[in-house]
Design a protein around this ligand. Sequence first.
Ligand SMILES: [Zn+2]
Length: 263
Amino acid sequence: MGQTSSAEAFRPLVAALTGAGVSTDSGLRDYRGPQGLWRDDPANQRLVTIDSYLADPEIRARSWQLRLRTGVLQVQPNAAHRAFAAYERTGLPLRVLTQNVDGLHQLGGVSPRKVLELHGTARRTECTRCHARGDMAEALDRVRAGEADPPCTVCGGVLKSATVYFGEHLNPQVLGEARAIAAACDVLLAVGTTLQVHPAAGLVDVALAGGARVIVVNADPTPYDSVAAEVIREPIGTSVPALLRRLAKEADVEWPESPGAPE
Ligand SMILES: [Zn+2]
């Protein structure tokens, strides 16, 4: 006896490629994109460029102050993040490939092992010398206590956010895993990303080559709109929950009740 009946609906592997637009409703601004912080002050780009960060203690001190002010550790997941978590609770296969460094998919309830952070995480620190990792919250406590540029507690090296800076390469292992997921998925959702930079754009190409159905959810046009099966322009906070419910329904699966938090 098989465990599944032949009448059971197809269970597609959904891969969600997410960008800054998913976190906008949480009040986060994109560091790297065209709406990034250097729209206010172009000099801010040096704060996330690895060479200037390593060379200049003044740049590092400004970076730490900026991290304190932007409060990346205080932001909360929004309706779109919670909808991905609800979709995972249906039991349908889901992977999230995110360009965001805010950790909000995991905070919103998606299992950490289902999330690939293409650009790293702002919730951790990384030593540029010995690569030891630590909690960003602890480093920020040291800044509040008076250390302008807190060094690595293991080796004394320069500490940075565990994110990919300009001039750094993406983690090849993470990128390889992301490509494998894009190649294997049945549905690729590109949400809140302009798809104008790699690796995001390349992952859509990989998914298309693998025969995936591509659905673009973004406020502005993307270079992939013409090859997408569907393009959604409505606000992410409402369109993503609606889209995920529709995909669950297509797979003949019940949408789970929210555990407490309003959807
Ligand atoms: Zn170190």
